[in-house]
Design a protein around this ligand. Structure first.
Ligand code: NAG
Ligand code: NAG
Ligand code: NAG
Ligand code: NAG
Ligand code: NAG
Ligand code: NAG
Ligand code: NAG
Ligand code: NAG
Ligand code: NAG
Ligand code: NAG
Ligand code: NAG
Ligand code: NAG
Length: 816
């Protein structure tokens, strides 16, 4: 399906042979041919999004503010429609704003159109009366989306950064209508504190019906936004026969009896919900009638987060014609030049692998959303990004990837976070609708900033402000937001459990997630120390000391399976729970109100990358650590689901491939002398078992591309230790790779003797030098260079050199 459509569209694009080498800065190869936008849209129950990647499959340019795609029904509380799309639901609209690869309560799905054939039995206020079943699967390729309804209507979509292009082909002989329902948004099935709602809106239609504009106000969703306002400006290629605006009483989806409300058609050109601050105002919309025998209707709709005028300016400036294939071509060019061409290969032998790689790369540059110039809350010359979803997910390896290949974006995302601190007192961990939330654990912007700082990223980042923002996280307790999902401390921003951290050096169970927050705050303070080292040297030791807080929680005599010594909750009086009450193999739902968040204490017991030396010592030395690592990958040992209904878990190993806390675990063999080959073995197995080029090709929520970035690093053959200028060596999946590093430099990665049975490292050269360390530094590659691998079918202990560093090594005599 995907490939057929692709060859159709590619005729419009000048494509040269895929084996062509990249010239100048821009790619002459069309790498978009290897992107399948449906990878990661389905989950463990094929044909549904259940347990899937929640990938947005619609039309979008890199980091585009417009992500245009279908919104569908599911009526199944276990299937959140976070990207708008599931394969099996019915379409209620095509809307312009979405996020990709997220969990939690859905956000956006706003600024929409819906093509309707007949209005018979349709209540414009009730989407169940007009939702459309699709015939066959939707199809898509980069910059293009197509959906065919059973009633014969075909919808094609394309996008520029703030403008959506919608082209409808009606079957003929029926009426053709376009519904614009300003009160349309993505629902959460079953309510809850992260439900999204419509609050208010307005629409004005021009006298000839050809243009319309206005705004909508919505609230709730993942970050529990009090209100966000989005402005729109729409246009049809030709005027409709007629148009009417309408209003209707506010309908609450959780009060079904309100659904008998009928629209009231207005006689003027404007319908308004009422005073802007009112959250239960009338629903508003317009219906455009294109008459009998309508064939094609084309429309462009632009958005702005600042004003209707700006939306109309975006409409006038971004797409100046009515030719959909040209919009698609432009989007593909942007993807090739700005993202996909940053990593190239001449090894085109395996189409599946290329699809996994380039689709993964595509997924990593969809989020956060670039809203530069569109900040509604303050004037700024800084970049403005929104939809940080969330640093908790992305800090481990996604931000580090951008730092190398798209450093201007990496810096923009950081500058925007610092700008949010300037105006709102805290950087975000999560943020959407210009509102901070939800914090999952620590204040993980700190890790992203430290990672960039130790790697020398500049691009206009004010590092003094950056450090001040990090110190705010480290020193200022955010007030409690009393989130129903966790009433113990703020879920909006910062480190809610800071009082325990500052008073005791660890977090007690009087706070939720006390175990996972303790290890995360430890890494956060290591991050602060890394930046303090040069900006405020007198604070370095203080933060470094604080980074050892995880050692308090280590219960040296706690046994689980064959192993002794684990993280365990610790009360203020120094006592622990009895073995009967606490088992590091479990954490209940492992949710916001559990002792550990979305991962087992077993998994969190590996997450102190800054002091592996102490960890290996605590675990009983190299051999014990090695067998404990081995046990992470034995099928069947995980008996406790992760997340409500086990939805954050994949497989049955203690290592959870479907969520971030376990990300670095399979690479920790690099910290054991001569054991790098096990890193290769485990990561190969994980990618081969859990990732593929199918619609269920991701082992869980992509999390804004975090999962995809993990897979990409494995295929590149190295992996970042975020917050340190260090990369662990793996084993590449292509015989050659040319990777952009910073502006205009390239890192060449070659693999001799690579095959599906020959992937163990026999030898490596870094910049031509014979290498016997399982790691290298950022300095080794920051100006480009080369990694030359020779691979083979049997393991060798080539890595006999110095082990990766533990720059946060602190010897303490923690009293417990
Ligand atoms: C639609 O996609 C499903 C997988 O989600 C596949 O099994 C089915 O064959 C596809 N149908 C068509 C008509 O391509
Ligand atoms: C989709 O519409 C069809 C036909 O009306 C209906 O049978 C089905 O239950 C609907 N499914 C959902 C998820 O809305
Ligand atoms: C939701 O969908 C999943 C996957 O198909 C299914 O296992 C589950 O039973 C459904 N839940 C409900 C309430 O229908
Ligand atoms: C359908 O309409 C209800 C009521 O306005 C709304 O809550 C819900 O989000 C809509 N669902 C979809 C999938 O558009
Ligand atoms: C529009 O005009 C018709 C006929 O004059 C009238 O019945 C109707 O109430 C008007 N609608 C509104 C919203 O004012
Ligand atoms: C629509 O097309 C049909 C068949 O071509 C024709 O008979 C009919 O008159 C047309 N109706 C209108 C309103 O143009
Ligand atoms: C590369 O592409 C970008 C965006 O498409 C464009 O602005 C730039 O001029 C191109 N550079 C070269 C060297 O072709
Ligand atoms: C192509 O790559 C995929 C994914 O890595 C792998 O499963 C498959 O075995 C490879 N096929 C060949 C012929 O090498
Ligand atoms: C850091 O910890 C060491 C050892 O526990 C201690 O001697 C030193 O005073 C601490 N430094 C600061 C700044 O707290
Ligand atoms: C320590 O504190 C915990 C939690 O408040 C309490 O359950 C326990 O009884 C206390 N133990 C002692 C020895 O005071
Ligand atoms: C660790 O295991 C190796 C064999 O894998 C053995 O030679 C060595 O003696 C062991 N070291 C310790 C300290 O037990
Ligand atoms: C625990 O030790 C036993 C006996 O040596 C062994 O059979 C088993 O595989 C080990 N389990 C794990 C998880 O390492």
């Amino acid at each position: 399906m995907f490939k057929k459509m692709l060859s159709l569209l590619l005729t419009a694009i000048a494509v040269s042979g895929a084996s062509q080498i990249v010239t100048a800065q821009n790619s002459t190869t069309d790498w978009t041919r290897y992107v399948d936008p449906f990878i990661g849209t389905e989950g463990s129950v094929p044909g549904t999004a259940f347990n899937g990647g929640n990938i947005f499959p619609g039309a979008v340019v890199p980091f585009g503010a417009v992500k245009i795609g279908p919104d569908v029904t599911t009526f199944n509380g276990s299937i959140t429609v976070n990207s708008g799309y599931t394969p099996d639901g019915n379409v209620t609209a095509f809307s312009l704003a979405h996020v990709s690869g997220t969990g939690g309560g859905p956000v956006y799905g706003v600024v929409s159109q819906m093509p309707l054939a007949s209005l018979k039995n349709v209540n414009l206020l009730d989407n169940l009366t007009y939702m459309a079943t699709r015939s066959g699967n939707d199809s898509a390729n980069v910059g293009y989306y197509r959906s065919t309804f059973e009633n014969g209507i075909v919808t094609e979509l394309a996008a520029s950064s703030h403008t959506g292009f919608l082209q409808y082909t009606f079957p003929g002989e029926e009426d053709g209508h376009i519904l614009v329902d300003v009160s349309h948004y993505l629902p959460s099935y079953g309510g809850g504190s992260q439900s999204q709602f419509y609050s208010n809106g307005e629409i004005t239609v021009s006298a000839d019906g050809k243009r319309y504009k206005g705004y909508g106000v919505y609230r709730g969703a993942f970050s529990q936004i009090p209100a966000y306002q989005i402005y729109y400006c729409g246009e049809f290629e030709s005027a409709p026969k007629s148009s009417r605006v309408f209003t209707g009483r506010y309908t609450d989806p959780y009060w079904p009896d309100t659904f008998n409300e009928q629209p009231i058609f207005g006689n003027s050109s404007t319908a308004s919900g009422g005073p802007l601050t009112y959250q239960y105002s009338d629903r508003v919309g317009a219906i455009f009638d294109f008459g009998r025998n309508t064939t094609t209707v084309k429309s462009k709709v632009a958005i702005s987060w600042k004003s209707t005028e700006l939306a109309c300016q975006n409409l006038a400036s971004e797409i100046t014609h009515w030719n959909l294939p040209d919009v698609v071509t432009d989007a593909k060019k942007l993807w090739n030049d700005d993202v996909l061409g940053k990593i190239t290969t001449t090894d085109l032998s395996n189409q599946t692998r290329l699809e996994m790689f380039y689709t993964g790369l595509y997924h990593t540059h969809l989020m956060p959303t670039d809203k530069t110039g569109e900040n509604p809350h303050w004037e700024t010359s800084e970049p403005t990004y929104d939809d940080y979803y969330t640093f908790w997910d992305t800090f481990r390896c996604l931000n580090s990837l951008m730092l190398l290949i798209t450093p201007d974006r990496a810096a923009g995302i950081i500058r925007s976070a610092i700008d949010i601190w300037r105006h709102e007192n805290f950087m975000p961990d999560g943020r959407s609708g210009f509102y901070n939330g939800q914090v999952q654990g620590g204040s993980n912007a700190d890790n992203v900033l430290a990672d960039a700082y130790v790697k020398g990223l500049q691009y206009g980042i004010d590092w003094n402000d950056a450090f001040a923002a990090m110190k705010t996280d480290a020193e200022l307790t955010p007030y409690n937001t009393f989130d129903p999902a966790d009433t113990t401390s703020s879920t909006k921003e910062g480190r809610g459990a800071l009082p325990d951290w500052l008073n005791l050096g660890y977090i007690t169970p009087s706070y939720t997630r006390s175990l996972s927050r303790t290890v995360e705050y430890s890494l956060n303070d290591f991050a602060v120390a890394q930046v303090a080292k040069r900006i405020e040297p007198e604070s370095y030791e203080k933060y470094l000391n604080r980074s050892s807080g995880w050692q308090y929680l280590w219960q040296h005599d706690l046994k689980s399976l064959n192993f002794t010594g684990f993280l365990a909750p610790l009360y203020a009086n120094g006592t622990r729970e009895s073995a009967a009450d606490y088992d590091p193999l479990g954490c209940g739902d492992c949710e916001g109100d559990s002792v550990a968040y979305e991962a087992l204490p077993w998994e969190y017991s590996w997450t102190v990358p800054f002091d592996m030396e102490t960890l290996i010592n605590f675990m009983g030395g190299n051999n014990a650590t090695e067998s404990r690592l081995d046990s992470m990958f034995i099928p069947g040992l995980r008996t406790n689901g992760v997340g409500v209904g086990g939805q954050n878990g994949a497989g049955t190993t203690l290592f959870n491939p479907g969520n971030e806390p376990s990300f670095s675990t399979p690479l920790l063999y690099n910290y054991l002398p001569g054991r790098q080959w096990k890193t290769v073995l485990q990561t190969r197995n994980i990618v081969n078992t859990y990732y593929n080029s199918g619609k269920s090709g991701l082992p869980g929520n992509s999390d804004s591309g975090a999962l995809d970035s993990w897979m990409l690093w494995q295929m590149l053959g190295f992996y970042p230790v975020a917050t340190q200028p260090v990369y662990l060596i793996g084993s590449p999946w292509f015989t050659d790779i040319s990777m952009a590093i910073g502006d205009g430099k390239r890192l060449s990665i070659t693999a001799q003797n690579l095959s599906d049975s020959s992937y163990y490292v026999q030898s490596v050269k870094v910049n031509g030098q014979v290498w016997n360390k399982s790691w290298f530094t950022h300095d080794d590659i920051k100006d480009g260079g080369s990694l030359e691998f020779v691979l083979g079918s049997s393991p060798t202990a080539w890595d006999s050199g110095l082990l990766p560093p533990s720059p946060g090594h602190v010897t303490t005599n923690k009293p417990f």
